[in-house]
Design a protein around this ligand. Structure first.
Ligand SMILES: NC(=O)c1ccc[n+]([C@@H]2O[C@H](COP(=O)([O-])OP(=O)(O)OC[C@H]3O[C@@H](n4cnc5c(N)ncnc54)[C@H](OP(=O)(O)O)[C@@H]3O)[C@@H](O)[C@H]2O)c1
Length: 329
């Protein structure tokens, strides 16, 4: 990283970054296509890679895509810091995979917990090569925390804070990668994008819209971070993992969860396939320097117009800063 750039510059943005969106568009056009697709598994897309000496932090490793991501990165030799909401869940998950893993506690709706997790990561490791924002929730009713709608807090704000607390360590890696697990569900966000005037989610609850709103925030965050990382060795990208049979529907009425699991076992992706794009974006040597892109099925794809809206991304960053300011440094 150039000496003049540090976390403070990235937090503050700057006029020197005004040309970056053009660079980001160009980066995605030039991004190499991979031979992998919907049926590829995380093991297949990382085959032959030796991640010995690399460190990853993956959120939400006790379940679904996060578990498989940790398992495969550790299998390839990385030291994986795996977060879960309780020490016990993290320990059980880490103990069940082969390789070097360390559990950390992280409750994304509790900013003290996010800070404690980042501090624990700082105490455990030096540079972080892969910072993977995977944990997420899908709710069936309006829940609020800190006066804000909970999907937005858990899926976006908690990760915004975690990444900013750990940015110095990502920048210290030779080629640090922030990977944000967003979703194609971001297309279900309100037409006018992030609801800056109603982050509390007041009004009619629409599950798809609220979840999609938080996933749009994931993509905009990754994009704005990418813009701020231009000129450094670090990158930031987001992705859709596919529709994957996991515990994500656990908060829906039992019959809906049951249908999701039944249909999923027949038609949807397995977790082995669901973790492929995350592992590919986090590790592929082909993607060195690729920044500010959105992936699906291990290839760059075009997201919604809202997710490409740099004004919205910059406003989201600044609002997220305001909402987390006491915890940012
Ligand atoms: N499955 C899909 O079809 C699909 C599609 C598109 C995108 N995604 C995204 O993929 C990511 C992984 O989801 P998944 O499908 O693997 O679901 P999952 O099996 O339900 O795993 C979600 C993980 O997030 C953790 N988590 C939930 N709330 C949290 C909180 N408040 N603080 C910290 N951790 C929390 C969960 O911990 P607990 O087990 O303790 O709750 C769990 O470890 C999510 O971001 C999701 O939005 C999934």
């Amino acid at each position: 990283m150039p000496k003049a750039l540090n976390r403070r510059h990235i937090l503050q943005g700057g006029a020197w970054l005004s040309l970056a969106p053009l660079l980001l568009e160009a980066a995605c056009v030039d991004t190499p296509r991979s031979p992998f697709g919907d049926d590829s598994t995380a093991e297949e897309v990382t085959e032959g890679l030796d991640l010995t000496g690399k460190t990853a932090l993956v959120t939400g490793v006790n379940s679904g895509i996060g578990y498989e991501t940790m398992r495969v990165l550790a299998l390839r030799g990385a030291h994986v810091l795996g977060t879960a909401r309780t020490a016990e869940k993290g320990q059980v998950a880490c103990d069940s995979v082969v390789g070097h893993t360390t559990p950390l506690v992280l409750e994304l709706s509790d900013f003290d917990s996010v800070v404690a997790c980042a501090d624990a990561a700082q105490a455990q490791v030096g540079a972080i090569d892969m910072l993977i924002c995977n944990a997420g929730v899908l709710l069936n009713e309006l829940r609020q925390v800190r006066g804000l709608e909970m999907h937005f807090v858990v899926n976006h704000l908690g990760h915004f804070l975690l990444v900013n607390r750990l940015l110095e360590q990502v920048l210290a890696a030779p080629e640090g990668r922030v990977v944000v697990v967003a979703s194609r569900a971001h297309h279900s966000a309100p037409e006018d994008g992030i609801q800056f005037d109603n982050l509390a989610g007041e009004g009619d609850f629409d599950r798809q819209e609220f979840y999609g709103h938080s996933k749009l925030a994931n993509g905009l965050f990754a994009r704005e971070l990418a813009r701020r990382l231009e000129g450094t060795n670090a990158t930031s990208n987001s992705l859709h993992p596919g529709v994957v049979v996991t515990n994500i529907a656990r908060n829906l009425p039992g019959w809906q969860d049951a249908i999701f699991r039944f249909a999923g076992s027949l038609f949807l992706k397995s977790v082995e396939e669901g973790a492929a794009t995350t592992c590919y974006v986090a590790t592929s040597p082909e993607l060195a320097g690729v920044n500010g892109c959105y992936f699906s099925a291990c290839n760059p794809v075009t997201p919604s117009t809202n997710m490409l809206d740099d004004d919205m991304a910059q406003r989201l960053w600044s609002v997220s800063e305001q909402l987390t300011r006491p915890y940012l440094s």
